[in-house]
Design a protein around this ligand. Structure first.
Ligand code: HSE
Length: 312
C-alpha cells in the first residue's frame, strides 16, 4: 500500500512571536510512504527535487536523517518497528531558508505513516511528536493545520495551539535569497538570557499582533512587527535585512518586514495595496547588494497537510 501527503512551507516567528507564531504559504513538498515487499530492504528514503532544482545532495537520507527519526519515533510510539518502507520526498520547499522545510518533512512523514497504519494517532499526538523532533512547534503547527497559528509545547509535551483568521486583504511578499543559513547557526547567535526590557517589548508586541489580526488594525500591526529577542542578533547573518527595512519603512502599503523563521528569507507583510512598487523596491535592494533572490507575492495557505492518496 502507498499513501501520499502534501505539506505546505511555513514561516515562523513573524517578528515578535519567537518560537510561537507561524503561518503556512502555498509552496509544497509531497511525501509518499509505501510498504515494500522486499524483506530486509529496511527504510529507504529518496529525496527528489521538483521543478525549482533544490540541491538535495547534502540532505541525509540514512539513519541520521530527521525523516528516519520521525518514522522510527512514530512506529515506536505505536509499539512497532518500521520495517520495509520506501519514503519518497518530492521537495519544492527551499532548504535552510527559513521556510520550514524540516518541519514539512517531519509533519509529512508522520501524517503519511499515520495514514498507513490506519490513523492510530490523532492531531494532538502528531503535533506533539513532530514538535518534539523539531524542538519547537511554530513551524510544525501551521504545516499541519495551515493558516496563521500561535502554539506552545507545554512541559508534558502536549502542544496548545489556536488558528487565527488572517485578514483576506493582507498579502505576503516572501524574499528567498540564493544562499543558505542553517537554523542551528542562526540559533547559535542568540543569547541564553534576555533582559527584562526586551522581554516586555516583545510581550507587548505579541499582544498587539493578535489584536491587530482580529480587528484588521493596520497601524497596530505596523507596531507589532518589531522584535528584540532574535532579529537584532541575527541581522549580522542576513545583512540585507536592515537595508530592506530601511528602504520599505515609509512605503505605502507596507505593514512590516521581518525575518522568515531563522532566516535568511525575509517576509514583508502588506495591506494588499501598492504591491508592484513594493516588489520593485525589494528587487532593487537585493540587486544593489549583489544578492540573487526570488521574490514571491503570495496569499496565506489555509489547508495545511492534505492526504492525496490514502488507505482504500
Ligand atoms: N523559531 C525558530 C527560530 C524557527 O527562529 O529559530 C526556525 O526553526
Amino acid at each position: 500500500m502507498k499513501v501520499e501527503v502534501k505539506i505546505p512551507a511555513t514561516i515562523a516567528n513573524l517578528g515578535c512571536g519567537f518560537d510561537c507564531f507561524g503561518l503556512a504559504i502555498p509552496i509544497y513538498n509531497i511525501i509518499s510512504v509505501e510498504e515494500t515487499i522486499l524483506p530486509g530492504s529496511g527504510v529507504q528514503i529518496n529525496i527528489i527535487s521538483e521543478e525549482n532544482q533544490i540541491n538535495t545532495e547534502n540532505i541525509p537520507n540514512d539513519k541520521s536523517s530527521i525523516i528516519y527519526k520521525a518514522i522510527e519515533l512514530f512506529y515506536n510510539y505505536m509499539g512497532q518497528v518500521p520495517e520495509e518502507l520506501k519514503i519518497d520526498i518530492k521537495t519544492n520547499i527551499p532548504i535552510a531558508r527559513g521556510l520550514g522545510s524540516s518541519s514539512s518533512v517531519i509533519v509529512g512523514t508522520l501524517v503519511a505513516a499515520n495514514e498507513l497504519l490506519g490513523h492510530p494517532a490523532d492531531l494532538a499526538v502528531l503535533l506533539s511528536i513532530a514538535s518534539e523532533i523539531e524542538g519547537h512547534p511554530d513551524n510544525i503547527t501551521p504545516a499541519l493545520v495551515g493558516g496563521l497559528t500561535i502554539s506552545s509545547q507545554e512541559e508534558d509535551g502536549s502542544v496548545v495551539y489556536r488558528k487565527l483568521e488572517w485578514p483576506k486583504e493582507w498579502k505576503l511578499i516572501v524574499c528567498i535569497p540564493d544562499y543558505e543559513l542553517s537554523t542551528g547557526i542562526s540559533r547559535s547567535v542568540l543569547p541564553e538570557k534576555v533582559d527584562m526590557k526586551s522581554a516586555v517589548f516583545n510581550l507587548k508586541r505579541s499582544a498587539m499582533f493578535v489584536e491587530s489580526v482580529y480587528t484588521k488594525d493596520e497601524e497596530l500591526m505596523k507596531l507589532s512587527l518589531k522584535d528584540m529577542l532574535h532579529q537584532p542578533f541575527r541581522t549580522k547573518l542576513v545583512p540585507e535585512f536592515e537595508q530592506l527595512n530601511q528602504n520599505l519603512k515609509h512605503i505605502k502599503g507596507v505593514l512590516g518586514c521581518v525575518l522568515a523563521g531563522a532566516g535568511p528569507s525575509i517576509l514583508i507583510i502588506t495591506n494588499g495595496q501598492n504591491q508592484n512598487e513594493i516588489k520593485e523596491i525589494i528587487e532593487n535592494t537585493y540587486k544593489n547588494l549583489n544578492i540573487n533572490a526570488k521574490i514571491l507575492i503570495t496569499p496565506i495557505e489555509n489547508q495545511g497537510t492534505v492526504t492525496l492518496k490514502g488507505r482504500k
